[in-house]
Design a protein around this ligand. Sequence first.
Ligand code: AHR
Length: 522
Amino acid sequence: MTRHSIPAVALLLALLALPLSGQRPQATIRIDTNRTIGEVHPYVFGNFAEHLGRCIYGGMFEEGSQLSDADGFRKDVLDAVKPMGVSVLRWPGGNFASGYSWKDGIGPRDLRPARPDHAWGALESNRFGTDEFLRYCERIGAAPYICINAGLGSVDDARQWVEYANEIRPTYWANQRRKNGREKPWNVKIWGLGNEIDGPWQLGHKNAEDYSKFALEAAKAMRRQDGSIQLIASGSSNFRPNADWIGWNRAVLDRLKDEIDYISLHTYIGNPDNDFEKFLGANALDIEYRIQVVEGQIKAAQNGQTTPRPIYIAFDEWNTWYRARTGTTEFEIAKTGLEEHYNFEDALATGMFLNAFIRHADSVKMANLAQLVNVIAPIFTSKQALYLQTIYWPLVEYGKQRNNMSLDLQTTSPTYRIGARPPVGYLDVSGTHSAKDRAIYLNVLNRSEKMDIATRIENVAGQIGAEAAVWEMNNPDLKAMNDFGLEKVRPATRTSTLALANGGFTYTFPKHSLTILRLKVQ
Ligand code: AHR
C-alpha cells in the first residue's frame, strides 16, 4: 500500500526510538511535506442522488411534509447534508439516467407526466426534475453534475439539456427555463456521458464501439452548445476487472481521449464472509488495483501525444453495498430500496476508500459516494425524523482536507495475508498537508481485529508541535449500528500531548479503529 519502502537503517533507528511507554513501535510513518502527490481536489468529497427508492422522494424531497420547506426540500436532511460539505452532486442516475427523459421533469409540477421507470421498475412522477435538482445544489453549495441519457436517449436530447441549463441567449430551451422561473443560466459545468453503458443490465447497453460513437457525437454537440463544459466518459462498471472490464476502458479511452476530462470508475464492496480483516484488506487491494489499472490505461491511451488532454478518474459511485442487494434483476434488487443499515466496520471501510483516493490525489480528481439519502446512504429518514448512519462521520471529517496536498508517506506496518494475495499492511494510511494552516493530517486505519499498533511518526521536513488533535472512530462491537434515537457509533475527539523525541513521537493506533491525527508544523 505504500509507494516507497523505508530504508532499513531508518527503520532500525525508528525502532530504537522507544516511546515513554516503553512499547517498541511496530510500524513507522515518515512524513516529508516536500514529497507530495497532488492536490486533494474538493470534488473528491462529492455525492450522488438517483431517482431510486427513497433517495429523492421521501429523502431529499418530500412535498407536503411538515419537515419540508416551500421547495419541498426536507429541511432536516439539508441540515444533515451541510456538514458533509458535498462539493459536487451527481444526478439523476445511475441506471435511472439511461431511461430518463429530462423534458418530462420541467415546467409546472402538476402538468408533468408520470412515466414508468424501466431501470428499477418504479413509477416516476417527475415532480423532481432539472430545476429542482439545480436549486438543491445551490442550497447545499455543490457543483451540479448531470449524467445524460446515453442508453435510450439521443444526442440532440443531451445537447438541448445543455441549452436549457446554460444558454444565455433567448433560444427556445433557454426561454423554457425562463418560463420555469430561472432567468439566468444554471451554468452546469460537469456532464456525464452516460452511466455503466458497458453493463447488460443498462437500458440501451452498447458495445464499446457503439458507445464511443454515441459519446463522441454527444460530446461534439454538447460542446458546440457550451464550450466550457467538462465531460466524463462512462468507464467500466463495478464487476471484477476481467478482460471485458479492461477492454471497455481501453477502447473508450482510445476513441474519446481528445474529448473527455474524466473517465468514471465504480466500486461497491461488501463483507459477505463476515471476515473483518479480509473485508478491509482484500477490498483495499482491489480498489488500489482498479485505480492503478485505469491510471495506466489513461497513460497508454495518451502514448505518443505531445500535449495530451488531462484526463482524470471520476470515482463516481463507491460505497459498501451488499446486504440490501438481494435478487438477480434490478427490479428485484430495487425491492430492498437499497436501504443498507450501516455498522461500525462499514465506517472503517469509508476511511479505507478515502485513503485510496487521497493516495491517488494526482489522478482521482472526483469521487461521489453512492448515495446521499436512504439509498446506500449516510443519512436515513422516516416521515418524522432522520438519523446519521455510521458512514456519515468519516465523510464529514475527511472533507476538511479538501485542497490540501496529498503526501507521499513512507509507511511500514506489520502485514497479513488473505489467501494467495500479496501481503497487506494492517495500517492503511494516507496523509495531507495544509501549508496555509501549517497542519499535517494523518489518516490511519488499523484493520487488525486484535492488535493495537504502536507507530513511530516522524516529520523530516520540520518540527512537529507538541499537541495533536485526535479524531477517532472505534467501537468494541464491529457490528454496532445507529438507528432513530440511538447513536451508538460516532467519533471521539480529544487533544493529545505528544511525547516528542528525536523529531518524532510514537502513537498507538487501537485495533479496528480509524484515526485522524491533526499535527501542527512549527
Ligand atoms: O447506485 C446504485 C446503482 O449501482 C446505480 O444506479 C448503478 O449505476 C450501479 O450499478
